[in-house]
Design a protein around this ligand. Sequence first.
Ligand SMILES: [Zn+2]
Length: 455
Amino acid sequence: MRHLLSISLFLLPLAAATQACHAADAEPTLPASQPDIAAIVREISPQRIDATIRKLAAFGTRHTMSETASNTRGIGAARRWIKAELERCGAGRLDVTFDSHLHPVDKRLTRPTEIVNVVATLPGSQPASRDRYYVVSGHYDSRVTDVMDATSDAPGADDDASGTAAVMEMACVMARHRFDATLVFMTVAAEEQGLYGATHWAEQAKAKGLNVAGMFTNDIIGSSHDEHGRQDNGRVRLFAEGVPPVKETTPELRTLVTTGGENDSITRQLARHVKETGERYVPGFKVDLIYRRDRYLRGGDHSPFLDAGYAALRFTEPAEDFLHQHQDLRVEKGVRIGDLPDYVDPEYVAQVARVNAAALASLALAPGAPQDVRVLTANLDNGTDLTWKANPEPDLAGYRIVWRDTTAPLWQGARYVGNVTRYRLDMSKDNVLFGVQAVDKDGNVSPATYPLPGR
Ligand SMILES: [Zn+2]
């Protein structure tokens, strides 16, 4: 629970126009930003991110099958350093552990290999929200041209010391702040060998029934230059899957598609929230939503979370330069090839980290997304009746209904309706897409929940 302020709400610009003809309940005023979130964004340091990336690259290789005994070279040294850093900067607030499992021989593992994730947990401070988790990850393993080569130098600066450094920076900065829900900062191994580290954590979470309300992976977020040297440091790609590619559909999924909600999966709702929050707190920086799971021929650590049924997203730089990832270090025709720290732009990584941190902070301060949201369809009717289950958080202020045209990607209208669990709008459910958000007394807003039909 945060300190109590008068109810204030951020409204989308279009909402004012749409709402003008209706009487608004408890007319909200607009906080340009929450002081805590703005402080976190300011505290993210490109200098520390740069130092972390250079330190990680200096372990020579962080290949998953590289040596683990040395304290200066290989993946063992790297993970012990990451853990020690998180323990140091967490100052007792972060619970830092190794999440380890022995993976058998596999397509990309020639011997049974210990796969170790470094996991730093910042427990939520509100009992009603503590069991709601948000996970942010980067992978600290690296590779060269041959994915089985465990000895050659593989600095992996962009892929993915950049994501690892962003996650470590967020953990260190955010540990100094308090959140209602629990944050998990994770640097994982064996992404390059088959996503084994992230898969292990996601499968355990699913088996334990953990409420992971959102997950972001940061993978290849280091370069603001494309392969022709053109710079674009003002945007990041956010990959967001729509309907999951499951072999057998569930009744909920079938209803989602039947009612035209294919762009309103939990992952797309999370993506909208990240875009809106990120762009609000990092002015001049754009979050480009991409409506697919990932790039062609590529995969990432959000995939096992999606497969476990969680909302999960991937951040990646706008245009990858393939000369500086997955490459043996060499010079060809005067061109330096390899994933070296010199090709990473720490100011850019910091911008992506700020977007992540603003979104995570906003999610972990806000109530959970409303549950059991229904649009009532008992009669033929040109109005819309929405119902939902009451949220459990003690600092809940009420709910906000949002809507958009069926062809629009982002919310266009919003109405705060107070602390009720049922509301009727004089708008046709047939013509727009609705969502319901929960709002706390400080104006922190949850992602929207898509209403399934009910009677
Ligand atoms: Zn990667």
